[in-house]
Design a binder for this molecule. Structure first.
Ligand SMILES: [Zn+2]
Ligand SMILES: [Zn+2]
Length: 611
């Protein structure tokens, strides 16, 4: 029972706070019917809030029309009104009201920014921010939030600028720093995110976000570091964090790391199907196909991801036939694009072209990705004419795909067919003049193709051109593990404290290779040599070579080395690793971007040189 008009606003607020918006409006109408002249500003404000929440555009507009002269004098109600129009998607009306208001308070700015973000007008949000002097906590949070949503290099600079000029009273404000942290992640500046991380309120969500970002950025070692920090912070991992952690272990793909993470997963998560699917992927990627299979078999009803991960695991481990068998068993309704890609890849990496063809023919909805995988399969088997026919078919109904042509070019390079390579390169250059990264990779492949037939001049000309344009290729990165510790090497890395020893061991290995008749193959050199470099020194500086050398420095009698590489292993490293495994009588497992190679002590690789 309401005793006086003054109480109306308060009673409505209570109802609104309890999300009983319609009840609040019934009350409002009741009083308005009696005497609208004595309705308080608080009540008008609450009525607008109710209408906003029930998304009643007409009701809110009615309030504005009826009480406009009062509303325009009250900055609190004005903010609610802007908020109302923004939530209804009437940005123009909100802007008119905003422009008309003479006394722009933080509330009004905040309503405007929040509304613009809601309506996806992110640059406009940022423009308003820079008109505000002395922004408060909410305004700063909204600003960083808009920057996070844009996520570009330009916004990253704005985030940095604003954060460095932030008033002292906000420097340790966890809410502000948390959104700034999020903005750094979304803008791809993980080092700044990491710096801020120690100052924010760390919980599962912030840990999970950073883990996810490291995983996407191919820094799985950092995800594992975060896990150790979580232990220190005494934060229990939720299922999302565990999934990130398992994915990181899969990316590193080193058995001992995977085993250690696996043993720490709590019992109540281990039976979860998301976790099981992630574990299939992890074991498959670390070369433990039996463990992957065990987990797969423990699934009562495998879903799309379970089947697809298992098929992919077979493919990575060169078990094409097993991949096809499982694919055939898979319920048809569970199959989706990625499944086809994985099974075709599995065929491709095992040289099962006929099987791939018959799977491909029966696919009803052939997407670009599926076509590309088939083109890749044919190109690896040097069936270039068939691959080109497929590309032409695809281009009849779709715009051309650069990846398809790159697969073809890569096949031509592997076959040392420089004429075909040149033709394909020209096609790529004509069709994708603006795809800079693609052109760099294509140029390198073409240059390699020329080098492989001994046309060093043409090869060098191309590399020269790249050099002058200042274009850079993706840098090689290898992970390895020694005594429980993860080590990361870039190509020509000298950052390791025992770098000297590593390079000395590497030289020793190179000499042993030469003694065993190895000739370093210049066709695999992808850049210009500096004055003090030789073909051998450049190839020996590839990241996996440094990782191998470090293993022998740390454990001279090691019998097993495991390495994971982000790019495809080059032909020279492949040949060299076979020899090292035999000379040093040490099994070496290398997972590259395509598959897992088991280099046995008899000097052979599980891929049968088909990679
Ligand atoms: Zn190499
Ligand atoms: Zn191999």
């Amino acid at each position: 029972m309401i005793r006086s008009y003054c109480n109306l606003g308060m009673e409505m607020k209570k109802l609104n706070d309890r999300k009983e918006f319609r009840k609040a409006l019934v009350l409002f109408n009741e009083y308005e019917d009696k005497n609208s002249g004595i309705i308080s500003d608080v009540a008008i404000n609450q009525a607008l809030k109710s209408f906003t929440n029930i998304e009643d555009f007409q009701g809110g507009s009615y309030i504005y029309i009826k009480y406009s002269s009062r509303i325009e004098k009250n900055c609190f109600i004005l903010a609610s009104l802007i908020h109302f129009y923004m939530q209804c998607g009437d940005v123009n009306r909100a802007e008119q009201i905003y422009n008309k208001s003479n006394n722009k308070t933080m509330g009004i700015y905040g309503a405007m920014m929040k509304g613009l973000i809601k309506n996806n007008m992110l640059n406009e949000t940022i423009n308003i921010f820079f008109k505000i002097s002395n922004p408060d906590e909410i305004i700063l949070i909204l600003f960083f939030h808009a920057c996070a949503r844009i996520g570009t290099k330009e916004t990253l600079n704005l985030v940095k600028k604003v954060l460095s000029n932030i008033p002292n009273c906000y420097r340790k404000n966890s809410n502000i720093l948390t959104t700034a942290f999020d903005a750094f992640i979304k803008c791809g500046d993980l080092s700044s995110a990491e710096l801020i991380f120690s100052n924010i309120k760390r919980n599962r969500i912030s840990y999970g976000n950073l883990m996810n970002a490291f995983n996407r950025n191919y820094q799985p070692d950092k995800t594992l570091d975060l896990y150790n920090k979580m232990k220190i912070d005494r934060i229990k991992l939720d299922i999302i964090c565990w999934l990130h952690l398992i994915n990181a272990s899969a990316n590193i793909g080193i058995i001992s790391i995977c085993q250690s993470i696996f043993e720490q997963i709590p019992m109540d998560f281990i039976e979860n199907s998301y976790i099981k699917n992630a574990l299939i992927d992890m074991w498959g990627k670390s070369g433990c196909i039996d463990k992957a299979k065990n987990i797969f078999q423990s699934l009562t009803q495998p879903d799309t991801i379970g089947y697809t991960s298992m098929i992919n695991s077979y493919g990575l481990n060169g078990m094409g036939i097993e991949a096809i068998k499982l694919f055939d068993k898979m319920p048809r309704e569970l199959i989706f694009e990625e499944t086809y890609v994985c099974v075709l890849n599995a065929c491709s990496h095992s040289g099962l072209v006929d099987h791939a063809r018959s799977i491909f023919i029966n696919i009803i909805n052939k997407t670009e990705k599926i076509y590309t995988t088939m083109v890749d399969c044919l190109s690896r088997a040097f069936l270039f004419e068939e691959a080109q026919i497929l590309i032409n078919n695809f281009e009849l109904h779709h715009s051309p795909s650069p990846t398809m042509l790159m697969s073809l070019l890569s096949g031509a390079r592997n076959k040392k067919d420089n004429h075909l390579s040149e033709k394909i390169y020209i096609r790529i250059e004509e069709k994708f003049p603006k795809h800079k990264n693609r052109l760099v990779s294509a140029s390198i492949l073409l240059s390699n193709a020329h080098a492989s037939v001994g046309d060093i001049e043409k090869s060098l000309n191309i590399k020269n051109k790249l050099y002058q344009l200042g274009l850079k290729k993706k840098i090689g990165l290898s992970f390895t593990e020694i005594n429980g510790q993860i080590f990361k090497f870039r190509a020509h890395d000298r950052s390791h404290p025992r770098s000297k020893d590593i390079y000395a061991e590497n030289d020793k290995i190179s000499n042993e290779l030469i003694e065993h008749g190895h000739q370093f193959d210049s066709a695999w050199i992808t850049r210009l040599l500096d004055e003090d470099e030789t073909i051998a020194s450049v190839l020996s500086g590839h990241s996996e070579r440094l990782a191998i050398a470090w293993n022998f420095v740390a454990n001279p009698n090691t019998k097993q080395i495991q390495i994971t590489k982000n790019l495809r292993i080059c032909g020279d490293c492949h040949q060299v690793t076979k020899l090292i495994a035999a000379i040093r009588q040490c099994e070496i497992i290398v997972r590259d971007a395509n598959r897992i190679h088991h280099f046995y002590t008899n000097g052979q690789c599980s891929c049968q040189d088909y990679f």
